[in-house]
Design a protein around this ligand. Structure first.
Ligand code: KG4
Ligand code: ZN
Length: 334
C-alpha cells in the first residue's frame, strides 16, 4: 500500500513533523524548545505553549520539504503517549482537526514503540526477533521485538531513567539542561577509570539509577569539602567516570537479556542512544559476543516525528486507525 502520511511528535520539548510517502521518510522537521534551559528542566506549561507556537510552521515546512500539499495526505499520525499531557494535547488536537478537515483517518502512535521502529527508517534494518535497549529521559527498558507491532518489555528501571541520571548528575556539576550531551562532551577528554561509582545489583533484568545519583551527590560533597575547586579541576575525569559507570550498568543487563533469550540482533534507541560511550561499548561487546548491533543515526535518537511516521506506516498496513474520540495517554504501555 502506498500511504502518504503526516506525523506529529509533541510529547516533550521538541515539536516535530514528518512526511512519509512510498514507505520512505520524505521530510523530518524539528523545532527544539530552548525556553526550558534557564529552568534546568522541562516546564510542562511552557512546553505546551511552545508546541502551540511551533506546530503550524513546523508542519508547513515538513510538507514543503516533502514537496506535497495537505490534500495529498492519506492519514495524519500523532504521538498518543507517553509524555506530558499538555504537550501531547497540542499534537493530538492538531492532528485530529487536520484529519477531520481533510476527511482522512488518524493514527495514534506509542512514542516508545516509535523510538524502536526508527530502526526501520534506513538500512541496515534489524531482523526479528531482536532486543532493543530503549533509553531516554523518561524510560530505560529492554524490549523484545517480535514484529513491527509486537513488542514486550522484559526489563526496565524500577526508579529513575538513565537519561534522568545523566541530566541530574550534570545539574550537580552545574551544567545546563539537558546535561546528558554535555557529560558526553566533557567525557571525551577524561579518564573513565579516574573515579569509581557504585553499581547497585538489581534482580533479573531490572535497573535502578536513583542510588548512583545519591552516591554522586555525596561524592561531590566530600571532594569539594577537601578542595573547593575539585569540580573545575576534574570535570572531564568526573564526566568520563560517571558516563562509564552508567553505560556499564546498561550493558550488564542487556548482556544478560541476550544470554537468556539467545537473541543476537541487538539495537539501541532513544535519546541516550546518542551517547558516544554507549555506542562504542555496545560495538565492542557486540564484536566479542557475535551480535549484530544496530545503532540509529543521531537525528533519529532524540525525539523526532520521522519515527512516529514509521510506526504509523506499520499501523496503517495493519489497518490500525483510531477514531476521533481517542485522547492522549501520559502513561502508556505497549
Ligand atoms: O528520547 P529523548 O529525546 O526524549 C525522551 O523521550 O525523554 O531523550 C532525551 C534524553 C535526555 O535525558 C538527554 O540528556 C539524553 O536523552 N541524551 C543524552 C545524550 N543525548 C541526549 N545522554 C547522554 N549522552 C548523550 N549524548
Ligand atoms: Zn523520546
Amino acid at each position: 500500500m502506498n500511504y502518504t502520511l503526516l506525523a506529529i511528535e509533541s510529547s516533550c520539548d521538541e515539536t516535530s513533523a514528518a512526511v512519509l510517502a512510498n514507505g520512505k521518510i520524505q521530510s523530518n522537521t524539528i523545532a527544539t524548545q530552548t525556553v526550558h534551559h534557564k529552568y534546568g528542566g522541562v516546564v510542562p506549561e511552557l512546553a505546551s505553549r511552545a508546541h502551540q507556537q511551533h506546530i503550524i510552521p513546523v508542519v508547513t515546512q515538513a510538507l514543503a520539504e516533502a514537496n506535497i500539499t495537505k490534500n495529498q495526505l492519506d492519514a495524519v499520525a500523532f504521538t498518543r503517549g507517553p509524555g506530558l499531557l499538555g504537550a501531547l494535547l497540542v499534537g493530538a488536537s492538531f492532528a485530529k482537526s487536520l484529519a477531520l478537515g481533510l476527511n482522512i483517518p488518524i493514527i495514534a502512535v506509542n512514542h516508545m514503540q516509535a523510538h524502536i521502529l526508527a530502526h526501520f527508517i534506513d538500512d541496515p534494518k534489524p531482523s526479528f526477533p531482536f532486543l532493543c535497549l530503549t533509553v531516554s529521559g523518561g524510560h530505560t527498558q529492554i524490549v523484545r521485538v517480535d514484529d513491527y507491532l509486537k513488542m514486550e518489555i522484559i526489563g526496565e528501571t524500577q526508579d529513575d531513567a538513565v537519561g534522568e541520571a545523566f541530566d541530574k548528575t550534570a545539574k550537580l556539576l552545574n551544567l545546563p539542561y539537558p546535561g546528558g550531551p554535555l557529560i558526553d562532551k566533557y567525557a571525551q577528554a577524561g579518564n573513565p577509570k579516574a573515579f569509581v561509582f557504585p553499581q547497585v545489583d538489581m534482580p533479573g533484568l531490572s535497573y535502578s539509577f536513583s542510588g548512583i545519583k545519591t552516591a554522586f551527590l555525596y561524592f561531590l560533597r566530600d571532594q569539594t569539602a577537601k578542595d573547593a575547586a575539585f569540580v573545575d579541576n576534574n570535570l572531564s575525569d568526573i564526566c568520563a567516570s560517571i558516563q562509564y559507570t552508567l553505560v556499564k550498568i546498561l550493558l550488564k543487563k542487556l548482556i544478560k537479556a541476550a544470554k537468556e533469550t539467545g537473541i543476537r540482533d541487538i539495537a539501541i534507541a532513544g535519546g541516550v542512544s546518542a551517547n558516544s560511550e554507549l555506542r562504542k561499548q555496545i560495538m565492542l561487546e557486540g564484536a566479542d559476543r557475535n551480535w549484530r548491533v544496530y545503532i540509529p543515526k543521531f537525528e533519529y535518537c532524540t525525539d523526532n516525528a520521522a519515527m512516529i511516521a514509521m510506526a504509523a506506516y506499520y499501523k496503517a498496513m495493519a489497518g490500525e486507525f483510531s477514531s476521533q474520540d481517542i485522547s492522549p495517554m501520559p502513561r502508556m504501555d505497549f
